[in-house]
Design a protein around this ligand. Structure first.
Ligand code: NI
Ligand code: MN
Length: 227
């Protein structure tokens, strides 16, 4: 069993009933999030890149709960320096945690943090998470890339979280192509509505995938999908 709860933007809380993880915990600054960071209790925090709308509240959650932040090496070094616990990884690498297996995928984007927003935090990533017998692919922020086809060929993806908001990431038409490459059983659109500049219509994404055989699950913040 795997239950994924969407907290708006790119934040997903995942549990198999025994273990709890959260991906890109942008909560207190997230106008869409129905929960605050101080209500989150997890074992691990996966962070795709250093931008504030992804690193979000990861450091305070780690400090308060003792949760380990799993991130690309340079970002892991950054959060360690800020007093959080970290497990350093990098693209192409996988590791078996007690909750399941995590593999880092490429993402075409930037990654920086700090007060200026310009402190370099390495390459951004996506996550393949195998947990509770299911595999979830959270792409992080990225443009479309052809290697998604390889990710789909080499992994049976049960659930994909994919940005559709355009401007900073792929938009709807590229996201439709990404779904065609990966062929997940279900896909949840993310990274839209948060601000005007990425306000787009997820129903258009769903319409364009009608007949594809892929379940397009449009989740409102706070809603969950159970596999
Ligand atoms: Ni970003
Ligand atoms: Mn973002």
């Amino acid at each position: 069993m795997l239950k994924a709860t969407f907290y708006g933007h790119s934040c997903v809380y995942v549990t198999d009933g025994r273990h709890r993880i959260i991906i890109d915990p942008f909560l207190d600054g997230n106008p869409l999030s129905p929960v605050k960071a101080d209500s989150i209790d997890v074992d691990y925090i996966l962070v795709t890149h250093g931008h504030g709308d992804h690193l979000g509240d990861a450091i305070p959650i780690s400090k308060r709960t003792g949760a380990t932040i799993v991130a690309p090496n340079e970002l892991a070094i950054y959060v360690s320096r800020e007093g959080a616990l970290a497990h350093n990884m990098h693209i192409g690498g996988a590791y078996n945690f007690e909750f399941g297996r995590v593999k880092l995928t490429i993402a075409h984007h930037g990654s920086s943090a700090g007060e200026s927003g310009l402190e370099y935090t390495g390459n951004p990533c996506g996550f393949l998470v195998t947990m509770g017998g299911k595999t979830l692919y959270h792409t992080g922020d990225t443009g479309l890339f052809y290697d998604m086809k390889l990710i789909g060929e080499m992994n049976k993806i049960d659930l994909m979280f994919l940005p559709i908001g355009d401007n900073f990431t792929m938009g709807i038409d590229d996201a439709v192509k990404a779904v065609e490459f990966v062929r997940p059983k279900a896909v949840v659109p993310m990274h839209y509505h948060t601000w005007d500049i990425i306000d787009t219509d997820p129903e258009e994404f769903k319409r364009k995938l009608a007949g594809s055989g892929v379940n397009v699950a449009i989740l409102k913040p706070g809603q969950a999908i159970e596999l």
